[in-house]
Design a protein around this ligand. Structure first.
Ligand SMILES: Nc1ncnc2c1ncn2[C@@H]1O[C@H](COP(=O)(O)OP(=O)(O)OP(=O)(O)O)[C@@H](O)[C@H]1O
Length: 564
């Protein structure tokens, strides 16, 4: 403290030439010797270095003094209205500022405030600043040691406290002026207007390092100090809001607490301790008298942080999801194991064919004209065969569409032969490389082929040889019961190697052939007879007259008739 008082401005000292109305650039005084260097608060702010600082660079001094001048101008502008006594305040405060700026070469934090804020007016011209020549001619000095900027613990005064700090005649001062001052200085007696009191200003950083617990405006006579005391008393007198445990009655809606969600990275929060159940009244003057504030509070209480399970969603999801149904037990082959219940009322001829297949277990080829119920009979057979043999029943067709109609696969896919263009030996090698196809040939007991009219003879012979090879059975088709249906009067095979019934192995395989004659699709017997004659390509005279009687011009349409 005693050292700080020695830093008062004196004529002829380092700061003496920074008078407000100097018009010529001041000369740069020679750097004082260590012995002449005034001792100031630097030793108090930095305990590591008790040596007086002599390494003030010229630039720092000029910047600091220039800034100080601006600061003093802005402050003095608040006083230069009609109070002459404040002139001394201005000058003394200005000197104090200069002292602080010059003695504390590290007063960069105070300087920063000045540089960011524009002076409200400038009564001093730039001629007061030293010229660049004088700066360069200044002797080189030791590089200053930068001090860390200590954050102020001074409580920022409210707007209404500005006048109390500066006195009754300082109503024109603004918070900005106080803001500039409070970062560097703390008035020990703000209400005093004498220069001596202002000279006793202390750097706020020094006060902050001395005691953080002491208020910056510690004078009991300070209005700010009194207001702080009143605030503390008011806070102590406020009612204590009790912490409410989780109520027994759950509210209808529980808002999600996003902080408790692991999605936001706070999954480590102990949710038991994260119960909000804690009602804070909107106004501190309102106290809760009820033991169950959620019953009387108009504000809905979020009594508990719901977990992601309680909220009905997955982790990180804020929307409830439907409970997932329990998965059914795994089934190896659902299609094969499922019992097919298809038992239409079959005609007598249909039933006879079914008995030949099921009871007599013979390979049967049944055919018939359009609408005789071949597909209906086939479905009934599949149902009966699957219920009996299970996975041993292979349902195939010559085309994909026909296979879909009976819930099967193509004959090529079943055999694992691709396009089936290679020789039997090559196809056998191909199948041997496919474990699934090989096992299928070995395990199949009944092979169903629909739309046999599109299967060429060569393919039929290849399949028969492949079956005998993999089943190691010299019987026709390796002992597989063959159920074949189709109408050879309908679509022929794509490859013109002959129909399937023209295959060499066809007679040995198909022991039974049944022709269905009852047409279910049409009821007009004349029309049925004409269709049957057209099916075999032998139209009678009556059929020709009937068709000619139907001859008429087609209505104009964009749809062109298909060419068969
Ligand atoms: N036993 C039956 N009782 C009653 N209606 C039947 C019977 N069998 C088949 N039908 C009906 O006859 C119609 C033709 O049957 P389906 O399609 O099986 O004949 P299709 O021989 O397969 O014909 P297409 O050769 O043109 O494919 C269908 O409407 C079907 O419902």
């Amino acid at each position: 403290m005693s050292r700080r008082k020695q830093a008062a401005p004196k004529q002829g000292t380092l700061l003496g030439f920074f008078k407000p109305k100097v018009t010529q650039p001041p000369e740069i005084p020679a750097p004082p010797s260590p012995k002449q260097q005034p001792v100031h608060d630097l030793t108090e702010t930095d305990d590591r270095d008790d040596k007086p600082e002599t390494s003030i660079t010229t630039t720092t001094i000029y910047s600091a003094t220039s800034a100080t001048r601006k600061r003093s101008d802005s402050i003095s502008s608040s006083y230069d209205e009609d109070n002459s006594s404040q002139t001394s305040i201005r000058s003394s405060q200005s000197e104090t500022l200069e002292i602080e700026s010059s003695s504390s070469k590290y007063n960069i934090h105070g300087l920063g405030y000045i540089q960011r804020s524009k002076p409200r007016f400038s009564s001093h011209s730039s001629q007061e600043l030293p010229s660049s020549d004088s700066i360069t001619s200044a002797p080189a000095r030791k590089k200053p040691r930068l001090q860390p900027v200590i954050r102020q613990t001074v409580q920022r005064p409210a707007y209404g406290q500005v006048s109390n700090m500066l006195g009754p005649s300082s109503s024109s001062s603004t918070l900005r002026d106080i803001h500039l001052n409070k970062d560097t200085f703390s008035p020990s007696s703000p209400s005093s207007s004498s220069s001596q009191d202002l000279m006793s200003f202390k750097p706020a950083s020094t006060l902050a390092r001395r005691s953080a617990s002491q208020p910056s405006f510690s004078s009991p006579s300070s209005a700010l100090y009194q207001q702080q005391q009143q605030q503390q008393q008011t806070q102590q007198s406020l009612p204590v809001v009790p912490k409410v445990r989780r109520p027994d009655i759950q509210p209808d809606y529980v808002a999600p607490n996003f902080l408790g969600s692991s999605r936001f990275g706070s999954s480590s929060i102990n949710r038991k301790q994260n119960q909000i159940g804690y009602y804070k009244p909107p106004s501190s003057s309102v106290a809760i008298s009820s033991e169950k504030p959620w019953e009387t509070s108009p504000i809905p209480l979020f009594n508990k942080t719901p977990s992601w399970k309680e909220f009905g969603g997955s982790k990180g999801s804020m929307f409830p999801k439907k409970p997932r149904k329990t998965a059914p037990p795994p089934v190896k082959n659902k299609k094969a194991n499922a019992k097919v219940e298809y038992a239409p009322q079959l005609s007598s001829e249909q039933q006879r064919v079914l008995d030949m297949v099921i009871k007599e277990q013979q390979s049967v080829f049944f055919t018939g004209s359009a609408g005789t119920g071949k597909s209906v009979l086939m479905r009934a057979m599949i149902s009966a065969l699957k219920n009996r043999f299970g996975e041993g029943v292979a349902v195939t067709a010559s085309t994909g569409i026909a296979a879909c109609n009976i819930s099967g696969c193509t004959l090529h896919s079943f055999g694992g032969i691709g396009m089936g263009m290679e020789s039997v030996g090559a196809l056998i090698k191909t199948i041997e490389g496919r474990k699934v196809s090989k096992e299928r040939w070995e395990k199949t007991k009944v092979l169903i082929i629909d739309e046999i009219s599109m299967v060429d003879a060569a393919l039929f012979d290849k399949l028969e040889a492949i079956a005998r090879h993999f089943r190691q059975n010299p019987a026709p088709f390796g002992g597989i019961q063959l159920i074949v249906t189709g109408d050879f009067f309908q679509l022929p095979p794509v490859k013109a190697s002959g129909f399937a019934f023209e295959a060499q192995t066809w007679p040995s395989v198909m022991k039974k052939t049944v022709v269905l004659n009852h047409v279910f699709r049409q009821k007009d017997q004349v029309f049925i007879d004409v269709l049957n004659e057209m099916r075999i390509g032998q139209l009678s005279a009556q059929a020709l007259e009937l068709f000619k009687s139907l001859d008429r011009p087609l209505p104009e349409s964009k749809i062109e008739p298909a060419e068969l």
